[in-house]
Design a protein around this ligand. Structure first.
Ligand code: FES
Length: 102
């Protein structure tokens, strides 16, 4: 019979998703740095930095609907993202990683 420490699922490996957070002027005004920080903090807290990347990026053409976050590889884009949405985004796009850590 495995011990308790051996019954845990293995740690996820490989990049599962990349969040691109617009850091251009309009999205910055609307709070994209706080969204970026919230995503980074959640990934750090859940030890998912090896599975999920967060990248500041330029304008994605949705100015005025920000902060805008694009997700790869699924090619999904979210508008009006707030820091409170960060955990939901991670859970939605990184289910394998979250099965272990969330
Ligand atoms: S400034 Fe963010 S989409 Fe244009």
């Amino acid at each position: 019979m495995p011990s308790a420490s051996n019954s845990q699922a293995p740690a996820p490996t490989g990049l599962q998703a990349t969040f691109y957070v617009c850091h251009n002027r309009t999205c910055r005004r609307d709070g994209s740095p706080a969204v970026y920080d919230a995503l980074q903090r959640i990934l750090q807290d859940l030890d998912l930095r090896a599975c999920v990347d967060v990248v500041p990026t330029g304008c994605m053409g949705n100015c005025g609907c920000g902060p805008v976050v694009a997700v790869a590889p699924v090619d999904r884009r979210y508008r009006y993202v707030q820091p409170k949405h960060a955990l939901e985004l991670v859970q939605r796009h990184c289910p394998t990683a979250c099965a272990v850590s969330c």
